[in-house]
Every structure is written in C-alpha cells, then in structure tokens.
Design a protein around this ligand. Structure first.
Ligand code: ADP
Ligand code: MG
Length: 325
C-alpha cells in the first residue's frame, strides 16, 4: 500500500469538533481556537524495543498507548484533549492491516474523548517502528494545574493505584513468576499495556483555586521530585499510605520499588491546600474517582537546587502568588 492509500484509509470519516476547518488532506491542519482558553500542546514518542516489544504488544495496544500517554499529559495540566497528529516511521515488514489496527487502538481512546485526528506524517524505515503522537487540548485561561503551584502545608495526593504497570511489565518480561495462581496477572499486564488517563480528575482539579499536578510516567518519586523542584518546596510522603492493588505485595518482595519508582501508571499526583483537599476528596468520591492522601508539602529544608535557576524559579513563584492573591 502506498502512502496515499494509507492516509486515505486512516482519515476519519466524521469529526467531533466543528472548530476543525481543515483536517487531513492539505499541507497542515487548520482549526479555529476559542477565546478565553489556553491551548495545550504535547508530544511523545514510542520506539519499538525501547517502549514496547512486538512479541507482547499488539498493534492496537501500541496505538492505544501512544495516544494514552499524551492524553495523560493533557490531564496533568487540567485540560481537555481535542486533537491529535500521528507521525509514523514504519519498517517494511509491517502490513497494511497492522498499521490500520494501530490506528484502531488510537481510535478507541479518541472516540472516548471525542478527539479528532487532524494530521500526521508517514515515512518508511529499515529498522524499528517509531510512533510519535502530538496532542492538542485546551484549558480555561489561568486554570492550568502547573507543577510550580505546590505550597508548604499542602496535602499530597495520588489517584488510582500505583506500581501495577511496573508489575505488569515485569510479568511480561518474565522477571516475575507468581507462585500464587489466584493472582489475576492479566489485570497487571493490562495496566501496563492499556493505561487509563485521568482526564476527569484533571478537569476537577482545574476547577479549584490552586492545584499542582503531574502525571506518573517516570514513577511517583520522580514526579514528586519534579513538583518539589518546580515549586521550591520539599515533599514528604508516607510509604504506608501508598495506594496499591491488594495483590501487588504478593507478586514480589520488592513491590514498593514498583510503587515508588516503577512508572508508567499514568495516574495523577499533585498537591492542594488542606481546606480544598477535603472538597476535592469529596467530589472524587461522588464521581467514583479513586484518590488518596499520601503526604505533605513542607518548606524547602535544604537547597538541593542552588544557583541562578533556583532563585529565578522562586522569584517567579512569589510573583505568581502576589498576583493571584
Ligand atoms: P506533506 O507532503 O504536505 O507533508 P503528506 O503527504 O505528508 O503532506 O500528508 C498529507 C496529509 O495527510 C496531511 O494532512 C498530513 O497531515 C496527513 N498525514 C500524513 N501521514 C499521516 C499519518 N500517518 N497519520 C495521519 N495523518 C497523516
Ligand atoms: Mg508530510
């Protein structure tokens, strides 16, 4: 199949957003941006044998995840995902139906979130499959949940459960072989292959006065470290409060490593004032969105980010606080 036929076959027949003026088919896409919102743009690349392996991931799984990880970035800003673009470097061994299946995997999520595929690029490669997805979303002006918004005495929270994706990967790679046959290993594997971005929680957070958010792609510890650095604070978490699946500790003695450093959970972690935490928790409960308190934000104890960058960041943060107060 040539590139033209491929593009034709993956061009959506319907669009969700009437703001799309020109979708696939011209040199670039055109859409009319709304007033009063900020556009959010993010991009992520997945490479065969680095981010997935073909012996355990189907083309649908690959497509699904390539879009999911980007939607998760939009969720972490408190935004609504709207459009996506797909750049493919395809090895010649890939068949037409496999490529279409990959788009089917993306389409599964796109339908769920009413997202439109508005463009992309296709090249061939002699080696591994590379798929790059760009997502465009929006958030009401001034309402994005930035990493720099954590303040001393905030509550630290995380959504869903953590460590399950790392457990799933370990099972897929045969590094973990559970003795207990009652454990539903397919559940953990699915958490790795098909993460569910937390758009609803992100949207809820954006309706609060001040919520700092990050999505968990590199592991809870790493994401919280990013929040702490960006906000010039220290973050303390209580290991005993980490929300994990009840079977996780049965899978491996090192399950805490998965929870703290495993990554790819695509849950959200963030901080919010004590008063607003009670409201956020209540609202999440009402909507059956799992969320748990795991720690506190403290004044920065020691300066692990000395120098100009640190000072500039802190200056910017205090300016922000003065304006929003
Ligand atoms: P150009 O040469 O102007 O870059 P292309 O022939 O690469 O145009 O693409 C034609 C149209 O098809 C463009 O609208 C582009 O965004 C879209 N497109 C190309 N490849 C893909 C792809 N893999 N997925 C989705 N859309 C694509
Ligand atoms: Mg092109």
């Amino acid at each position: 199949m040539d590139e033209f036929d491929l593009i034709h076959s993956i061009t959506p027949r319907t669009i969700h957003h009437s703001s799309v003026d020109v979708g696939i088919g011209d040199d670039a896409a055109l859409y009319t941006a709304k007033h009063g919102v900020q556009e959010i743009v993010c991009v992520d690349t997945m490479v065969e044998d680095v981010h997935f392996k073909l012996h355990y991931s189907s083309p649908e799984d690959i497509g699904y995840k390539a879009l999911a990880v980007n939607i998760s970035d939009i969720a972490a800003m408190g935004g609504i995902p709207k459009f996506y673009l797909v750049s493919l470097a395809v090895p010649s061994k890939w068949t037409e139906s496999e490529i279409k299946a990959m788009y089917e995997g993306m389409n599964e999520l796109a339908k769920l979130y009413h997202m439109d595929l508005i463009g992309g690029d296709t090249v061939s490669t002699s080696d591994k499959l590379v798929v790059t997805v760009t997502v465009i979303g929006e958030v009401e002006k001034g309402r994005a949940c930035l990493r720099s918004l954590a303040r001393p005495n905030d509550i630290v929270f995380v959504t869903g459960e953590i460590g399950s994706s790392a457990a799933g990967l370990s099972l897929l790679l045969d590094e973990t072989n559970p003795q207990n046959s009652a454990i539903d290993t397919a559940y953990f594997i699915n958490r790795h292959k098909r993460p569910q971005p937390r758009v609803s929680v992100g949207r809820l957070c954006s309706s609060f006065k001040r919520v700092a958010l990050n999505d968990i792609s590199d592991g809870l510890a790493s994401e919280l470290n990013e929040l702490a650095e960006a906000s010039c604070v220290s973050i303390e978490i209580d290991e005993s409060m980490l929300p994990v699946h009840s079977d996780l500790p049965k899978l491996h003695p090192n399950w805490k490593e998965w929870a703290l450093f495993g990554g790819e959970d695509f849950e959200l972690t963030g901080t919010v004032s004590k008063e607003e935490w009670e409201v956020l928790k209540q609202k999440c409960e009402t909507c059956q969105l799992p969320i748990a308190k795991i720690g506190h934000v403290r004044e920065k104890t020691e300066s692990n980010a000395v120098g100009n960058r640190y000072e500039m960041l802190c200056e910017e943060i205090s300016r922000h606080d003065n304006i929003s107060d």
